[in-house]
Design a protein around this ligand. Structure first.
Ligand code: TYD
Length: 206
């Protein structure tokens, strides 16, 4: 879908910072854009987010989790993405279907095909035009932060899960390479920002 851009990556890769810098870039340059996030981004989708992320819901099955992400996705598409695209804006979405591939498909091991099938019902024609993938392994993300901290969800979930998520992203980036813009955020946040802007200009988004 033209002008529908998603941002993806494992925890701790600097996604939020890059989204903030992109937002500032669009404001400064008068580019009409909407910034939103998944899961959530609109009233009902935020309610679903609370159920998914509630640490008390320990007994939630992996399939239930995958369906809830897809349910939040449909609502968020209808409430935020569709109207903004119709108004001619660029929509930047922090996480989308590739998070489901990586986390549910690979992290929870439901499988790429299962998640694809489930989501194809939810999203219709709303595949991203481009997906910016900040490609940093969990180990690299840790090292950059100067080591683990105890409250970090990476620590809580265990490194094995995040290795599977990261490998999942790499798998999808290879399988759907025409859509992926892979950036290694190894330099400063401004270096990474410049790379993202350059890539979006080359693709004709900016
Ligand atoms: P959030 O606090 O927004 O994480 P981040 O700042 O890293 O984006 O929490 C979102 C969590 O939901 C994150 O751990 C990734 C996960 N997620 C999935 O597992 N599947 C999905 O389809 C989506 C959209 C997110």
């Amino acid at each position: 879908m033209k002008n529908f851009i998603t941002l993806e990556g494992s925890e701790g890769v600097g996604k939020s910072t890059q989204i903030r810098l992109l937002k500032e870039y669009c404001e400064t340059n008068g580019i009409p854009a909407v910034f939103t996030r998944e899961p959530g981004g609109s009233k009902i989708a935020e309610d679903i987010r609370k159920i998914i992320l509630n640490p008390d819901n320990k007994e939630m099955s992996d399939v239930c989790e995958a369906f809830l992400y897809a349910a939040a996705r449909i609502q968020h598409l209808q409430d935020i993405v569709e109207p903004a695209l119709k108004e001619g804006k660029i929509v930047f979405c922090d996480r989308y279907i590739d998070s489901s591939y990586a986390y549910q498909g690979f992290g929870r091991e439901l499988g790429y095909d299962f998640v694809k099938q489930l989501n194809s019902l939810a999203i219709g024609q709303y595949m991203p035009q481009y997906t910016i993938f900040l490609d940093l392994s969990p180990q690299e993300a840790f090292a950059r932060k100067g080591g683990a901290d105890k409250d970090d969800r990476l620590e809580q979930q265990g490194n094995e899960f995040f290795d599977k998520v990261y490998n999942g992203y790499k798998h999808v980036a290879r399988a759907e390479s025409e859509r992926f813009i892979t950036i290694r955020p190894l330099g400063s946040k401004f270096d990474t920002h410049k790379q993202i802007v350059k890539a979006l200009k080359e693709k004709g988004v900016f």
